[in-house]
Ligand binder design. Structure first.
Ligand SMILES: [Zn+2]
Length: 54
């Protein structure tokens, strides 16, 4: 897998301990209840390959 770029704006949820992308209008549904919550999270840059679609 060739990482060709990085995607900005991923956050760590302090409720379900997962990462989600914070660039959408909502924070999405958190498995721990409600929406994901980025209390104290870093801003993560996730390696990505835009040429490789599912
Ligand atoms: Zn969450």
């Amino acid at each position: 897998m060739a990482d060709t770029t990085k995607q900005d704006n991923w956050r760590h949820c302090n409720k379900c301990f997962g990462l989600w992308w914070n660039g959408a209008p909502t924070n999405g549904v958190c498995p721990a209840g409600g929406a994901h919550h980025a209390g104290g999270s870093w801003n993560f840059y996730v390696p990505a390959n835009p040429a490789e679609h599912l």
